[in-house]
Design a protein around this ligand. Sequence first.
Ligand code: HEM
Length: 540
Amino acid sequence: MIIPQEVRSVSLWQVALVLGVVYVAHKLLKSYRVRARSTPLAMPPRPSWFFGVSRLIINNPDASSMYEDWVQQFGSVFKIPAPLGGTRVILTDPKAIAHFYSVETWTYVQTKLSRVAIENLFGRGLLWAEGESHKRQRKAISPAFSNVAIRRLTSIFYDSVYKLKTNWDNQLASVDSALIDVETWMNHVSLDSIGIAGFSHDFGSLEGKRAAVAEVFDAMGRLKPSPITAIVILFGNALPILWRLPTETRKLQTKLNRAMEEIAVPLLENTRKEMRGLGEKGKEEKSIIGLLIKAEDTESSLQMSQEEIMAQMKVLILAGYETTSISLTWALIELSRKPEMQVRLREELKEQFPGSDPTWEQLTNGAGLHYLDAVVHEILRIHAPLAVTTRVAAKDDVIPLSQPLRLPNGELTDHIAVAEGQEVAVPIGYVNTARSVWGEDAREFRPERWLTPEGLPKKAQEVQGHRHLLTFVDGHRMCLGRGFALAEFKAVLGVLIKNYSFELPDGPETKIEYCRGVLPRPRVAGEKGACVPMRVRRVD
Ligand code: HEM
């Protein structure tokens, strides 16, 4: 049958109109239901329906000050305008935060958008899983992060930093000092360490090889929002097929998968050979994923598929590569801004370990390395690589508060009601550096605060998490690799500060700014990419 053109176009318009009306009605109904079942919280004005305050936060190098203003105006729990007309509840009260993390992955889950993005890029591994599936995966992978396992991996961190040392010593053989981009080298140390310790693969970046994985991460940081990506982000939840469009992100995903496959296949083969007694003599598999494959087999449960193994490998790279290299870079920056602290750390290292390097026990239990421990934790406090946890409520919830909160209607409350579908966030970076929690010098790099005999301020002690910091979050998703990260951070920083002195190109006042990466990275102002060139000298 031939349908006249005008009839066809009219019906298309009608369909589009009906769909539009249904969509808007659904959105309105949903927001009405969320509002009806939620405690009415205070909220700052909305600067844009499309972006909410997200652009103000992302573009603000001092987002903590914005949160501080809001806390002063509205109290410890409030709402902020989120993108597309939505709202987000912000928790800064310690009891509320502890509750939130204690029910995360069950009551609070990844937003649909993050979940699809994580699945597409990094597979259905630990970071993607929620609830029962997350519990099962975490139980399977946890033994590979035990103290015994990390202790056996510590030599890998030293191997990496000594490869760096060989290169730097060559550069400094005939000159007094050299200008070295320390951020790139921290990336190499971190990537090669996670490759070998995580899944027995040497990326070789410390020897000048260009790893495809590092290229993917660099490219992800440089991705520019295109109209097609915007469409996928806006409508991807409703129409998952859009995620299959050949966007730049999808191309990177294919490249990352290919690179990881090349690593996963031999690892699986070698580990299974070893378990059948056919492995290379003296080459026992001790990497995190290797241990995981072995454990699965001895428990004679189902073997992990190659796809699952790749997903966990990608989780390790995503979770462990940038976080550690960014933290090491910030440590060198802060110690260059405060040369007297650099000298104090060097003296401690030389005094305690004049002719050797500390073992895992010595790194972990202090062994006189109190200042090293203080520097590391102070960096993790003021430069948390992940600045916020954002989740959505999967069901209605009641969040308890440690202090009564004054609501906009004048009532006082000791709890708040949150409805299913409401976004909730914990601003990690702000809580770690809040003056009301850490004192007037909260924003300053002052490792000495960790050494005071009376301990941390009382308010800080109310915050749960590793050493009262939210840097590794808390609860079910608390960073599994924190023992790994701390051992690596201390081992690498110890060798660097013992052997070299670091100066920023324009002295302690050199301007440092953030640049985009998968996570925000530091750079010396004016540099094109994420570069932190420093004047490096050998010290005897
Ligand atoms: C300074 C370094 C590090 C920091 C600040 C850090 C921080 C974090 C944070 C904030 C999370 C929670 C992510 C979320 O809620 O979505 C996390 C999860 C995780 N991290 Fe780390 N991380 C670091 C290093 C590492 C390293 C080196 C590894 C592995 C060797 C690692 C493995 C993991 C894993 C497996 C998870 C997922 C836990 C789960 O979902 O149950 N992390 N990390």
